[in-house]
Design a protein. Structure first.
Length: 190
């Protein structure tokens, strides 16, 4: 595939692996941004703003390549469930997700000084009912700590998930189909 060479503005090993899976040639920069939601900011607006800000922050650090930034959030009843701050926070999140469905939103932004392309992918994820023992042992596995919503579908967390409706790779952190489309669109209009 004829993709542009890009910069990935991300510290996430999952995003790196998914982009490699597509066969994209990229360099890495780490874009540190403030992830605080604005007052009354809707989840879809928030996740798109963060993806753009990560890409923008990367622009200053790269050598004239388009920069890709992405953000993933877990949304339940309109509330954004971020990375767990401690066990109490994680426990609350798991109680909320237990035995029902929620949304995972991933936004991707691809930009340089003159152009910007972006997409938003929303996936429904179902959790089976969780016991207190499930929640404790999952926390102590060490997996939830750096993950939006406190779980990883690609890891141990997958055993709680009987079904999804949408994009598996988007839940992990970077939607393969939509990212391919963005990169192709970028190249076509280069
Ligand atoms: C829901 C879910 C999230 N996640 C991950 C994807 C993201 O890496 C992380 C969400 O946090 P993000 O803030 O989107 O990303 P990040 O901080 O890991 O990386 P960066 O901002 O540098 O690109 O949670 C999974 O790995 N599996 C899952 O099932």
């Amino acid at each position: 595939m004829n993709y542009p060479d890009i910069t990935l503005a991300s510290a996430s090993p999952r995003r790196r692996e998914l982009l490699t899976q597509l066969g994209v040639r990229f360099e890495l920069v780490k874009a540190d941004i403030d992830e605080t939601p604005q007052p009354n900011e809707a989840p879809a607006a928030y996740v798109q703003r963060l993806a753009q800000q990560k890409a923008r922050a990367g622009l200053g650090l790269c050598q004239q390549r388009p920069v890709l930034g992405a953000d993933t959030i877990v949304v339940c009843d309109g509330a954004i469930l971020g990375k767990p701050t401690d066990f109490a926070d994680f426990n609350q999140t798991m109680q909320r997700l237990s035995g029902r469905s929620h949304q995972v939103m991933t936004a991707v932004a691809l930009l340089d000084d003159t152009r910007q392309l972006q997409c938003l992918v929303s996936t429904l994820v179902w959790f089976r009912p969780l016991t207190a023992a499930d929640i404790h042992s999952y926390w102590h596995s060490g997996e939830p700590q750096d993950k939006a919503g406190g779980y990883g579908i690609q890891g141990l967390g997958g055993k709680f998930i009987p079904r999804i409706d949408g994009s598996y790779s988007a839940v992990v952190g970077l939607p393969l189909y939509e990212t391919d489309q963005l990169l192709q669109q970028w190249q076509e209009r280069a």
